[in-house]
Design a protein around this ligand. Structure first.
Ligand code: BTN
Length: 250
């Protein structure tokens, strides 16, 4: 066992943790574990991710030592599954705010923004068996010290250390984040989670262009409903309900 792994396990004890210095995708590992015997709250964490998965089939590139890459196994009741996305975004928002950052927001549905740029991405993936929810893996990638300048993501993505101007310890960050996830998981069936998520959404009141699987929706982002869908008022005065998609302002 490496020193990093040992201090990680000690710090997070008694939580069940699997650490990898390099992995394909922490979500894939956590999904395998969930399908077997992982208890709710179990965690997969990696230093480097070489086949990380992003939303809408994208890749999530993570060089070694630069990000917090973590997947948490949760076993909520199926009626609260749509709240898991909100939980991830709200917990990360709290964590970033707790570091002293000023300009933090959530871009619908679950990108946490720091100074208007994406500092983290969230990918929840569920397993169903015979119509029953087995559980969900909440995958989170938080940019800690990735240098996006001179990359195609400059102007879109940012790292915590770039804005905060100081060293951020990833183990401290992980312990803090897991505590916040535990808190919100205990409040999954409350109005507090939905209302907190809703109040932090930067997207409401903006003109948006959303690419969904089968169409483009353009209009004013009016509000969200309790399942997390975005309600968009289009130029014909109709309200369109969008469950998932790629959103751009404009
Ligand atoms: C997005 O596209 O915004 C979501 C990115 C989610 C990336 C995280 S990193 C940890 C976990 N493992 C994965 O393969 N993906 C998620």
């Amino acid at each position: 066992m490496t020193l990093i792994e040992q201090s990680l396990l000690e710090r997070l004890h008694p939580r069940e943790v699997r650490f990898f210095s390099q992995i394909g995708s922490t979500n894939d590992e956590a999904l395998d574990w969930l399908a077997k015997d992982a208890t709710s709250g179990s965690v997969v964490v990696a230093d480097e991710q070489v086949a990380g998965k992003g939303r809408l089939g994208r890749v999530w590139h993570t060089p070694p030592g630069t990000a917090l890459i973590v997947s948490v196994v949760l076993r909520p009741s199926a009626e609260y599954l749509s709240k898991i996305t909100m939980l991830g975004a709200v917990a990360i928002y709290d964590m970033v705010k707790g570091l002293g950052a000023d300009y933090v927001g959530i871009k619908w549905p679950n990108d946490v923004l720091l100074n208007g740029l994406k500092v983290s991405g969230i990918l929840p993936e569920a397993i169903w068996e015979n119509g029953q929810l087995v559980g969900v893996v909440l995958g989170m990638g938080i940019n800690v010290r990735i240098d996006f300048s001179d990359t195609p993501l400059a102007g879109q993505a940012i790292s915590l250390e770039t804005i905060l101007g100081r060293h951020i310890d990833r183990l401290d960050l992980l312990a803090d984040l897991l505590g916040r996830i535990d808190y919100w998981y205990e409040h999954l069936n409350t109005r507090e989670l939905f209302e907190t998520w809703q109040s932090r959404l930067d997207t409401i009141g903006q003109t948006v262009r959303i690419q969904t699987a089968d169409k483009e929706v353009v209009g004013l982002a009016q509000s969200v409903d309790h399942d997390g869908a975005l309600l968009v008022l289009n130029a014909h005065g109709q309200v369109q309900r969008v469950i998932a998609g790629d959103i751009a302002l404009g």
